[in-house]
Structure formats: C-alpha cells, structure tokens
Write a protein that binds this ligand. Structure first.
Ligand code: ZN
Length: 236
C-alpha cells in the first residue's frame, strides 16, 4: 500500500479487503488527512515487513522545509507539523529512505533514483529500468494505480481502471503503482491497494469503498483546508 495520508477510515477499509501475510508500505503515512496519530499507530501495529518514508512524512515531521510544496500541501504539512506529538514526529523522522530491495522486488516512494520524482509517463521507464535490476519496482507518490510493463524492446502502459489481476511473466519487467489508500487521484473516489502473491507471481489491484463522509468531516473540523475534504469525493 501507498499514500495513506492520515486517512484512518481508508486505512481500516483497506485492511478489511483481503487476507495477507505481510504489509509493505511505500510511504506518505501522513499529510492532507486529519488522523496522523491514529494512522501511524495503526501502521506500527501492523509491523510492516517493509516501510519507507514518503515526501510528506519527511516534510510533515520537519526534516525538510515546505517550500517546494503546493499551497494545499504546504498548509496541511504545517498543520501536521503543529499537531504531531513528539513520539510520532520522531517515528516519522526515523523512517528509512527508499529504495528497499527484496528478492526480485524494489520498493520506492517516487522513483528508485529520487523519492520526490513523479513517474507519470512510459517515457521515464527505460532510464529507471537501467538504474536498478529488480523485476518489479513498486512505487507510489502519484496516487494513480498503474502498471508499466517492459519486454526489453518497449514499455507498455496498462491503466488499472476496475480491479485488475496481473500475472508477472519471466523475461518481463514492471513498474507498478498500487494507487493511494487515502487520497486517490485517478478520478475514482475509492481507495486502492495491491495484493502480491510472491509464490504465484500474481498482483491483484483492489479498489475499495470507505467512510468518506467521516474522513471529510474530520478534515473540516480540524481546520484543514476544505478542498482537502472535497477532493476525496472526486478522487482528484
Ligand atoms: Zn502522497
């Protein structure tokens, strides 16, 4: 999972979708949403096998300034920084910078070479394939579930749309974004995660509904910018 963004309702719903043995988190636990403490507690409870930081975890815990953020991102980061208790702030500061490598898999927030890079086009993929040798690179940051598949000669972009099941094939390499748990931006208000079966080499994308009214109400009541509540309903 990736990009939970302090949305507790979405995180709880994501965890109810399916059985799993381990959790991999690609960063951005906080920022935008109104529940940074509860989300961080829940993630810690899950004892993720792998967990890396995202750019919002870095900025919202004060490791980097908000100057490169858009207005809404900056306002929510400042709110989060003011709100965080010292333990949660220290925990976020301690999260490792990606990428992390495991067997044939690589985990990063933005891209394998830059946690702040947005992968939004197949034209970015060839250079990123050359920069590392994992068969599958899981990334987040754009909040859009997507698959880029390479057979060596060309890169094909496969939008996820409705739920999708992907069989990983030998000789092919993949860049794969499981979408955002707590602030989707693919025009679909539902949250999204991906389930990886490491034995069958199958990835299943899972879209899920959650209590948006509750998450939006908390954002408004916290005094966070109202567009952060409204965007949850449109998935943008
Ligand atoms: Zn994010």
């Amino acid at each position: 999972m990736s990009d939970i963004h302090a949305n507790l309702e979405a995180l709880k719903a994501a965890l109810e979708q399916t059985a799993f043995d381990a959790v991999w988190v690609l960063g951005d636990l906080v920022g935008y949403g109104a529940d940074p403490h509860a989300v961080v507690d829940k993630v810690q409870e899950l004892q993720p096998q792998f967990l890396i930081r995202g750019n919002h975890d870095k900025v919202c815990s004060g490791l980097e300034s908000t100057k490169d953020f858009s207005l809404l991102a900056r306002q929510s980061a400042q709110w989060t920084l003011r709100t965080l208790n010292p333990e949660t702030r220290a925990y976020l500061q301690s999260l490792p910078l990606g990428p992390l490598s495991f067997e044939d898999y690589l985990l990063c927030h933005g891209s394998p070479v830059d946690e702040d890079e947005y992968i939004m086009s197949p034209y970015q993929i060839p250079a990123l394939l050359e920069a590392q040798n994992a068969q599958v690179c899981f990334f987040g940051h754009t909040h859009v579930p997507i698959i880029y598949r390479s057979d060596g000669a060309q890169v094909v972009e496969c939008p996820v749309g409705e739920s999708l099941v992907l069989q990983l094939k030998e000789g092919r390499r993949y860049f794969l974004n499981p979408g955002s748990v707590g602030q989707p931006r693919d025009g679909d208000r539902r949250g999204c995660t991906a389930l990886l079966d490491t034995q069958r080499k199958v990835v299943e994308f899972i879209k899920f509904d959650y209590a948006i009214d509750e998450a939006a109400r908390k954002i408004r009541e916290a005094g966070l910018p109202r567009p952060l509540a409204e965007r949850l309903y449109v998935g943008r």
